[in-house]
Design a protein around this ligand. Sequence first.
Ligand SMILES: [Zn+2]
Length: 163
Amino acid sequence: MFKNILPLLCLIVVSCKGVSQEKEITSKKDKEFDVTKTEAEWRAELSDAEFYVLRKEATENAFTSELLENKEKGTYVCAGCGTELFRSETKFRSGTGWPSFYEEIKGNVAYDVDYKIGYKRTEEHCATCGGHLGHVFEDGPKPTGLRHCINGVALDFVPDHAN
Ligand SMILES: [Zn+2]
């Protein structure tokens, strides 16, 4: 897997050196998000678990998310700001213990790179509020071949019949 993701990540690093306005991947700290709050405001609004995952990029323990086995039809939205992030049709059982999707709702998820565990990974976050969601890997199913490995606590589920 390490070898497979390396070419993509090299590309990302190179692209970041270009004109940032035109690139999809811009370092998160250089972005301005539509929803911006102070740390104190987020802390007051979110549960402890939501706060540490969304705002501090923590990772929830595997197999702890209520949404892991959820098979209802609906939309997974950002637990921080309500932006629609993933559709139930793109959810699949990855066996990792984290809710997994092969495709995001285009434009609503943004990407960065992190080195937290010693090598580069593609981090993903809500494009509206910057809340950390998880990471994307290139070992997912067709049609995209991507695996969006998402912290369930960063998501709220809105079933279709509620709309
Ligand atoms: Zn958000």
